[in-house]
Design a protein around this ligand. Structure first.
Ligand SMILES: *Cc1c(COP(=O)(O)O)cnc(C)c1O
Length: 636
């Protein structure tokens, strides 16, 4: 592949910066996926997509799920803690939990448990529904089933059922009242779970979720409440069940300094508690291990300035130092790093369906007539004589003329034809000015702004609210890359819009090493050829937080594994939502819809507007259309 193009593609998409070794650009200019970081086996995403589309069983948008990447991330996490434990001579072990709220899909949870036995992976639940699913899953004997979140009696009863099934259930107490309830139900049933206490730290995380920690956090017990819990357990004669201390300082902690500080404090709380209550031998440090979505390795919200190994080192080291100083045993370290475990494993594939025009670059040249208003004549003059020396000045003149054109139009002095001419000339001047500014290396910020305005807007077949809601909700960045044509120079700049009727359904912020880009480099789009885009790193939170906005529902989904020879195998295809599914979701009764439609037709018949014989066929068509898929179909 041409060196210069390769470099341009690297700068434009930075695949190796954010891909953690799972994605790469092949010599054919396609994105390839690997089952483990830098593994020699790989599969070609475009081949996968074309294969799936050719079977007729899958369409776009298409969520590709790679279960091997889930397992691989679990191993990366375990290895990081294993290395740290070894390096610092730490006496405790590491127990990873998968927090189900990050991605509660059955396939994801089962994959962790299926392959995670070596790592003693357990589950963390934060609601009755999560716990209900978790109870039935087989877990290894020493792994934990941990219950977080606010609890009612049914939640606790459910947890006690899991104890009966031989699970190491740990109920983490978030409120004093919860402990009262747990003690009451344990006494009634004669079944006692392990108890954990969630403590508030003074330290906060960093990034978007820094409010999850600190004194005013939503969850957790104050120091005096922790001590009261210890007394209550003693009074109930259940102090031996107090096994775990829990903290969670927020998700996507961007700055490693925050981790170091929080862990020092957490270790001290543990040590002091351990001196009072000697059976607390697990510390659950929660989640927070971040993902470098933009690959910049900085404290920016969509990045992190550390590696998983550094994070693990800081955790283990802090506990080692503080425990030795306080002369208490090293605890087992429990982690709930959901984002890290799942973000990489899925990719949403969409394609460009259409272009939203601001101005068309294939307009015929504007001809001036004798009776054209002065403002049009002047725009034409500017357009004809703009050059490298005057482009700044001429651009400003054009802006002024454009305003004037609008005023005159509003006064009724300009016809629709003239307004159209003026628009075409104005955008042509902008395009020429931009070309000159680009040659000049963008001396002025205003031309950067112009570049954004002139960027292509492409309509892509997906719903942002379904498939990448954090892009909308918290302005998180996800890497977006065409999965093919990467051996060609990207020549266009674009922003993306989705198929929802919501003007927020757009992406105009893109990952960049030094900044946030407002346009994405793309190749010239030819409507006759499919152009596939991958939205990467959407495996954490996006699926479950995505909504049915506009009743688009779920995209199609395929699960793929890559074998020893580097061939891909389709494990499963799950079809996306149909219109009928969405009727059900929004609580319409389909039979009733059909009846009501028929009644309207009959009214038309009665009014003499419709032939009675047409009715059954029309009703049948209406019924049949409920089976169609919600996203844009065909032509791909
Ligand atoms: C959300 C949550 C997690 C997961 O955090 P990540 O940053 O995604 O790893 C872990 N523990 C608790 C208590 C949570 O609320």
């Amino acid at each position: 592949m041409n060196e210069e193009i390769l470099q341009q593609v690297q700068v434009a998409y930075g695949v190796e910066n954010w891909s953690a070794g799972y994605f790469d650009v092949s010599h054919r200019g396609h994105i390839v996926v690997r089952p483990a970081p830098h593994d020699e086996r790989y599969a070609d995403l475009k081949e996968i997509v074309e294969h799936l589309l050719s079977t007729g069983r899958a369409r776009l948008p298409l969520l590709l799920r790679f279960p091997q990447i889930l397992t691989s991330q679990l191993r990366e996490l375990s290895a990081a803690y294993r290395n740290a434990i070894e390096e610092f001579g730490f006496q405790g072990q590491h127990f990873p939990l998968f927090p189900m709220k990050v991605n509660p899909r059955r396939e994801v949870v089962e994959e962790f448990l299926r392959d995670g036995s070596r790592c003693s992976v357990g589950l963390e639940c934060g609601s009755k529904a999560e716990l209900y699913a978790a109870i039935a899953q087989p877990q290894t004997g020493e792994s934990l089933l941990l219950c977080n979140g606010f609890k009612d009696e049914a939640f606790v009863r459910m947890a006690l059922l899991a104890v009966q099934a031989g699970k190491r259930v740990t109920i983490v107490v978030e409120k004093l009242n919860e402990l009262r309830m747990v003690l009451k139900l344990a006494k009634e049933s004669g079944v006692a779970p392990w108890i954990g206490l969630r403590a508030k730290l003074y330290s906060r995380g960093s990034g978007k979720w820094s409010a999850s920690g600190g004194d005013s956090a939503k969850f957790g017990l104050t120091t005096s409440e922790v001590l009261q819990c210890v007394r209550m357990l003693k009074e109930a004669g259940l102090e031996q069940q107090l096994k775990l201390l829990h903290f969670h300082i927020g998700s996507q902690i961007t700055d490693i300094k925050r981790v170091k500080n929080a862990m020092k404090e957490a270790a001290r709380v543990y040590a002091k508690l351990r001196q009072i209550e000697s059976r607390v031998d697990y510390v659950d440090i929660g989640g927070g291990l971040g993902v470098d979505y933009d690959g910049s390795k900085t404290r920016f919200d969509s990045s992190v300035n550390y590696t998983a190994q550094e994070f693990a080192n800081d955790v283990v080291y802090a506990f080692k130092v503080v425990c030795d100083e306080e002369q208490v045993p090293h605890p087992h370290l429990v982690t709930e790093s959901g984002r890290f475990m799942t973000a990489y494993h899925s990719v949403l594939i969409t394609s460009i369906r259409d272009e939203i025009e601001t101005f068309a670059d294939d307009q015929p040249e504007v001809m001036i007539d004798d009776d054209d208003p002065q403002v049009i004549v002047e725009l034409k003059d500017l357009c004809d004589s703009i050059n490298a020396k005057n482009y700044g000045e001429y651009y400003h003149d054009a802006l002024q003329h454009k305003d004037e054109l609008q005023i005159q139009f509003n006064l009724g002095l300009v016809s629709l034809e003239d307004r159209a001419k003026g628009d075409v000339l104005f955008w042509e001047i902008c395009a020429r000015a931009l070309r000159e500014a680009e040659e000049d290396g963008f001396p002025d910020e205003e031309f950067e702004q112009l570049k954004r305005n002139l960027a292509q807007k492409y309509l892509c077949n997906f719903s942002l609210f379904r498939s990448a809601p954090d892009s909308w909700a918290i302005r998180q960045l996800f890497p977006i890359v065409p999965i093919h044509r990467l051996n060609e120079r990207p020549t266009d700049f674009a922003t993306l819009v989705d198929v929802t009727c919501d003007s927020d359904g757009k992406i105009d912020r893109f990952v960049d090493l030094k900044d946030v880009k407002q346009t994405l480099e793309l190749h010239h789009w030819d409507p006759a050829e499919p152009y596939y885009l991958g939205i990467f790193l959407v495996g954490a939170y996006q699926e479950v937080m995505g909504s049915h906005h506009n009743l688009f529902g779920h995209p199609n989904e395929a699960h793929l594994v890559i074998d020893q020879a580097g061939r891909f195998h389709v494990q499963k295809i799950v079809s996306g939502s149909s219109v009928s599914d969405m009727m059900h979701f929004a609580r319409y009764d389909e039979a009733q819809l059909h009846d009501k439609y028929r009644q309207q037709l009959e009214a038309q018949v009665a009014a003499g507007q419709l032939d009675a014989e047409a009715v059954p066929e029309l009703v049948e068509q209406y019924q049949r259309l409920s089976r169609c898929r919600t996203y844009l179909d065909a032509a791909e």
